[in-house]
Design a protein around this ligand. Sequence first.
Ligand SMILES: C[S@@+](CC[C@H](N)C(=O)[O-])C[C@H]1O[C@@H](n2cnc3c(N)ncnc32)[C@H](O)[C@@H]1O
Length: 267
Amino acid sequence: MNLEKLFKKYSSDKFTHQYHKIYKLYLNSLKLRKLKILEIGVADGSSLKAWSEYFKNSKIIGVDIKKINLKKKRINKKNIYFHCGSQTDSSFLNNLIKMYGKFDIIIDDGSHYPNDVIFTFKKLFNSLSTNGLYFIEDTQTSYNHFFGGNPFDLKYSNTHMNYFKHLVDTINYKEIPNPFYSKKKYDGLIKNISFYNNMIVLKKGINDIESNLVLNNSYENKRYLTKISRGKGSNFRYYFKYKILFKTYTFALFLFNYFKKIILLRF
Ligand SMILES: C[S@@+](CC[C@H](N)C(=O)[O-])C[C@H]1O[C@@H](n2cnc3c(N)ncnc32)[C@H](O)[C@@H]1O
């Protein structure tokens, strides 16, 4: 059965949200694999039942802050495991990681509070396997001040939408010609981040492709080396142009943006 039918069969709101259309893009080819799938937020177990039937060879691990009677809700399937705890409880998550090791797929369908979503991602990223997928549902809470979101500052407020929007730059970190750039935690470790209606999908994976324009975060160094390696024109001319003129311009721009950031309190 496909995901659309399974979400319908178990009355999961993943069907109402049309999330099956997104999930199928990523999960179709993984259906028969032996995976460890963690879903935060179980409620009545609709999605766990759907995953359990879709991923017959996989372990489905559900987490919820509320105690859930698996028998009563008919979630007691052979490949479903349940743990009661909070997605914001560091020691609970550590125990989960100790118990299962790395997860191939993580789905955050828990509290949907921006701080919780960001905390859980930071905590679980190391425990996502290479090429693993991280899904975050119901990102509309980012825009809603009754859920800890912010409808009035869509760019710089502390929401999970903004957190992941900014994280996108990590994918292109080698292309940033800022000589003062220091490698960030996720640089080189994320292959893609996709934004859908109310859903974010992130794929972990090695992303260390050399830049064609920039060398060690310097455009000037790359241009200088390219020019002198071609052997046309004087080396002094290139040195003056790239290492002195261009670098002065870069430094002036760096200072301008540095002070702009301080004045506007944007960090
Ligand atoms: C939207 S429901 C989950 C629905 C389910 N995944 C499905 O598709 O059928 C959200 C669940 O997250 C749980 N939850 C809320 N805060 C949580 C937290 N801090 N940690 C873990 N679970 C949480 C709630 O108890 C609720 O059962």
